[in-house]
Design a protein around this ligand. Structure first.
Ligand code: GLN
Ligand code: ZN
Length: 751
């Protein structure tokens, strides 16, 4: 029925090699270009991507992996599942963007992380009134575009199980997954339309099958794909899974009449495959989400071992290359060795093609590529930067000494005596608005228009402004405002040996937002103090305590590309040691409060329940390693910002911070009850000001939140602060909001 293929990837980046789509979309939002102009840019990017993939030697090319915002939102459109509140927006593209970003009167859909990646998808809402209907225009159009280019594209769509498992029930509706039966006829209809349009294959993504999100994923997979495979008219079906081991879902899918299964042999390891005698196995052997060059010899050996377990074996990336930068080509600053260890999106496509050629024609047909790969592997293994004995020895020594601080109650006593803060102390999370002037100064520094000294002077002036503002407002614990930080991870990565920053390594985070994760490649050492001068300077400007601000080890790893040659826990400890040294230096410089942010604590939580405890153990230990070097008199704060703390709530207590500030303005303080339930005894600052919104909260509403909080937490353990850092807000908003926040605290203090 179908011709098997030999080389593919599961999806490609779409932001454009130089973030062309980001710029075009943002110009469209700002009303500076019209829809036709935006569509032309988008079509050009799709054309280039297709041409490049097919030129590189893929014999099956994914289509419909383009998106103006997000592929899950695209699927909601495909299935007619946009919420009623956007239906009044006449233009379909504007309706789509309204769902993604909201408008003045329409709140947007929520956004959350796509499995354990840093990509965020839009969470579809399924209510009692959601009536599914098929809108296949986008996927049919993108298929046709490929055909016009002479490429037989393989449409990619999010599968029904994954779509519903990731959706959210609203307005009292039952769990979305219960509506699977209603969706299947739409998928059957879609398969027919794709077949009519000439698609040979369709790729249906079901990454949810590698998680424990559903209790009965394997059974559902068997039912759904038995039904879809039974469609009267359809292309060959490839069910794509990625991000982990398939487990019971693999034999379940194998029992259905689908033609192919994509399996992730990178994140999922050497998982057993069997029962595929009549199927195509798409072997995800080239890592789609990390940036290391593939060891072609090992990969070919693994592929060889898979031949025989399926009718045919194709080579693929483990997942969409959406998660890595476009190409290594612009990275001219890297030394040759470093560069030779890496493969970004374009290089990964070539690796796939090389491996497929080697499978077909033998290794010698592509001997040069194999030799280059082996040379890179050898160079990386021998590079002295990967192994720093003195760091490793010090780490061992510190760990032997233990990572506990004194008993929490004694610490509290010592800190209270030293700080003599009012009850319900007020503070912020660290950053103040990154103003246009700050961003201009940073750009001018990069462009060489001002020198380091001029830049520093300007940032110092900014620190002074922020300190004065906080004093005027009457905040109790001040911050320097973080003007000098481009990003809370990159700032540290640039100052640590073992990391490098890319020039153009942009990756989509959500919508038009892109990030440039640093690369952790070697053993980590701190060259010198990283933040001390800023904190010390800020402290000279005020008698109130200034908090030192650091990013925690888990968050630094979560927002970087990490080395794959040692356990993540080992890398975390090395970063933690550097942060620990920084806390001690801050203390020695007279800083009495240090905050170590871990907003990403929940992000790295493994997808399988069985792996979660081990992760939380090392994550908590790394945090404690980074914060246990200071004396009991030094107050350690941490900050977490994820609304669903559920599975990590116990770990929050285990961090053993003196004060924990936590996002709560949107979740209405529920987190406090959760903390109480587990006997949390530390101080806590539930955010009373939602910084994700430009709205200025009133004194009364923040006072109400605080009184609410006091039902759950005694006054001596309650802090008053915003939800998160203020860097994305405008100075006027922040000033008014913080003024109200301080007033609210005073009001509640007065009883
Ligand atoms: N200290 C950081 C800030 O205030 C924390 C940011 C975060 O939680 N993401 O910006
Ligand atoms: Zn935050």
């Amino acid at each position: 029925m179908s011709t098997p293929f030999t080389a593919t990837i599961l999806g490609a980046p779409r932001i454009g090699p130089n973030r062309e789509l980001k710029r075009a979309v943002e110009r469209y939002w700002a009303g500076r270009i019209d829809r036709a102009a935006l569509e032309e840019i988008a079509a050009g990017l799709r054309r280039d991507t297709l041409a490049e993939l097919s030129r590189a030697g893929l014999d099956s090319v994914p289509v419909n992996t383009f998106s103006y915002y997000d592929q899950v939102l695209d699927t909601a459109v495909l299935l007619g599942a946009l919420p009623a509140r956007v239906s009044g927006v006449a233009d379909d593209l504007d309706r789509y963007f309204a769902a993604a970003r909201g408008t003045a009167d329409i709140p947007p859909l929520e956004m959350t992380k796509w499995f354990d990646t840093n990509y965020h998808y839009i969470v579809p809402e399924i209510g009692p009134d959601t009536a599914f209907t098929l809108n296949p225009a986008k996927v049919l159009n993108e298929l046709k575009e490929a055909q016009t280019q002479g490429i037989s594209g393989r449409p990619v769509i999010v599968g029904p199980i994954t779509f519903l498992a990731l959706s959210k029930a609203v307005d009292g509706a039952a769990a979305p997954i219960e509506r699977l039966g209603e969706l299947l006829p739409l998928y059957v209809e879609l398969l027919g339309r794709l077949a009519d349009a000439g698609a040979q294959w369709v790729q249906i993504d079901e990454p949810v099958l590698v998680t424990d999100i559903l209790d009965s994923g394997a059974e559902l997979a068997e039912q759904v794909y038995t039904t879809l495979a039974g469609a009267a008219k359809r292309p060959a079906i490839l069910v794509a899974t990625y991000f982990g081991e398939l487990g019971a879902a693999l034999p379940a899918l194998a029992r259905t009449q689908i033609e192919g299964i994509a399996v992730d042999f990178v994140a999922g390891g050497d998982q057993p495959v069997s029962g595929l005698a009549d199927k195509l196995l798409v072997a995800g052997i080239v890592d789609g989400r990390n940036i290391w060059r593939t060891n072609l010899e090992t990969a070919l050996a693994r592929l060889g071992a898979l031949v025989g377990s399926a009718k045919t074996v194709a080579v693929s990336t483990s997942c969409s290359t959406l998660h890595v930068p476009y190409s290594l080509e612009p990275e001219s600053d890297l030394d040759d060795a470093l560069r030779s260890w890496l493969a970004f999106g374009a290089e990964k496509v070539r690796e796939v093609a090389t491996l497929a050629t080697a499978m077909r024609d033998g290794r010698d047909a592509v001997a040069a590529a194999f030799e280059a790969s082996s040379a890179a592997v050898a160079s990386r293994a021998q590079d002295p930067r990967l192994h720093n004995d003195s760091v490793r020895a010090r780490l061992k020594e510190v760990l032997t000494g233990g990572i506990s601080r004194g008993p929490a109650a004694e610490r509290r006593k010592a800190q209270d005596a030293r700080l003599s803060l009012p009850s319900l102390p007020t503070t912020t999370i660290g950053s103040f608005p990154q103003t246009v002037e700050i961003r201009k100064a940073r750009a001018a520094l990069v462009a060489g228009e001002i020198d380091e000294a001029q830049y520093t002077d300007q940032m110092k002036a900014e620190v002074e402004t922020v300190i004065r503002l906080q004093e005027d407002l009457g905040l109790d614990v001040l911050v320097h405002g973080e003007p000098e930080r481009n990003d809370m991870v990159q700032y540290f990565a640039e100052q640590l040996d073992g990391f490098f920053a890319t020039k153009n390594g942009w990756v989509q985070s959500y919508g038009s937002r892109c990030v440039r994760p640093p690369v952790l490649f070697g053993d980590v050492t701190r060259r010198q103090p990283m933040t001390v001068e800023w904190a010390r300077y800020a402290q000279t400007l005020t008698d109130k305590p200034v908090k030192g601000m650091l990013t925690g080890p888990v968050t630094i790893l979560a927002w970087s590309f990490v080395r794959d040659d040692q356990p993540l826990a080992d890398s975390a400890n090395q970063v933690a040691l550097a942060i620990r040294d920084e806390t001690v230096d801050l203390q020695d410089a007279g800083i009495v409060i240090v905050q170590v942010d871990e907003p990403a604590l929940r992000e790295l939580l493994p997808l399988r329940n069985a792996d979660k405890a081990a992760y939380l153990q090392w994550a908590v230990d790394a945090f404690r390693l980074s914060t246990s070097g200071v004396s009991d008199e030094t107050q350690i704060h941490t900050h977490l910002c994820y609304s669903e703390f559920g599975e990590v709530i116990g770990a929050i207590a285990d961090l053993d911070a003196d004060v924990t500030s936590i996002e709560a303005a949107r979740s209405h303080m529920e987190v406090l009850d959760d903390l109480n339930e587990i006997g949390f005894a530390g101080s806590v600052g539930p955010g009373v000001y939602d910084i994700h919104s430009p709205r200025v909260p009133s004194v009364e509403e923040m006072a109400t939140s605080l009184r609410h909080a006091l039902d759950a937490v005694p006054a001596e353990r309650l802090w008053v602060n915003p939800d998160c850092g203020l860097k994305t807000r405008k100075t006027d908003e922040v000033t008014e909001s913080l003024r109200n926040l301080v007033r609210a605290a005073r009001l509640v203090r007065a009883g």
